[in-house]
Design a protein around this ligand. Sequence first.
Ligand code: UT7
Length: 330
Amino acid sequence: MSKKITAAITAIGGFVPEFRLTNEILETMVDTKDEWIVSRTGIKERRILKGEGLGTSDMAAPAVLELCRKRGIDPSEIDMLLCATTTPDFVFPATANIITDKIGAKNAFGYDIQAACSGFIYALVTGSKFIESGQYKKVVIVGADKMSSIVDYSDRSTCIIFGDGAGAVLLEPNTEGFGIQDSILRSDGSGRVYLHQKAGGSVKPASHKTVDEKEHFVFQDGQPVFKFAVKGMADVSAEIMERNNLVADDVAWLVPHQANKRIIDATARRMGVGEEKIMMTIQKFGNTTSGTIPLCLWDYEKILKKGDNLILAAFGGGFTWGSIWLKWAY
Ligand code: UT7
């Protein structure tokens, strides 16, 4: 009898731009203080992509090329590429198509997935199904956002949070039981009132008025989002442990979306997982939306061990949220 195929991460790549937007620089731009930002969010600095004509794909492409190099494969071997992003290069075509062109992945098809801060989790689960089907052997999942392109740098409640960056993982079939074991994905569209971009879509296309009224930027009503995020992320993280009979000792790492350190700490407390098991990059990269989870994996890759149980968890605009249990494969 043939063994069950699971989708395992076999390589990671990442990219963050060079420019560091520190809390000290933000103090000169809006009425804020380093102490407030650190105590309310955990963020010290974030990276910003500078340069005319550069977009999300310009961070995603080097991230994917890095994972190809590490795995020793040519981009032409990639079968499929999914890009989770809220800041696509263009409304259309998909950023995934642009990335495959830029890296020479000429045998890959791909498309974008829009689930705001849960985008990477949604895309990872989607890609895993293509691997589990047995039809595809090399699927790349990218989480990338140039949040600086939709942030109003005169709005202190949002400009302190977001940063730019990209992370990518390669999924390959595994028959030894490593890789993605279980996942929970949830959404509730009524949450859109608290976190959205008002204009630029089909309801309110761009006009002089929408630009004048700053409607092409992130709008966030922080407190309700915070409340829903704490509950949503903690609920699905606890649920995925319970239904798989995992206890805190079984979990090697919590890999949470990096929106706010207080949300992450609340999730870890609910799981009973100690601080030493939480992947944290928020202090240096801020909230890179779809980029946070793959960038955590990229940053911690060296200390991961084969067989480690990882719980990935995210909450974001939509609302969307979810968790994944995976066994590290290398
Ligand atoms: O990643 C996608 C999902 N997003 C999230 O999960 C984000 C969830 N929300 C949050 O993380 C938090 O709500 C924020 C970090 C956005 C804000 O923190 P908060 O503790 O909820 O602050 P708040 O909005 O309740 O504001 C408290 C006070 C207000 O002043 P008053 O009205 O009490 O006088 C704000 O005007 O803090 C003020 N404030 C600031 N002060 C200094 C807001 N932003 C700033 C700032 N610097 N940057």
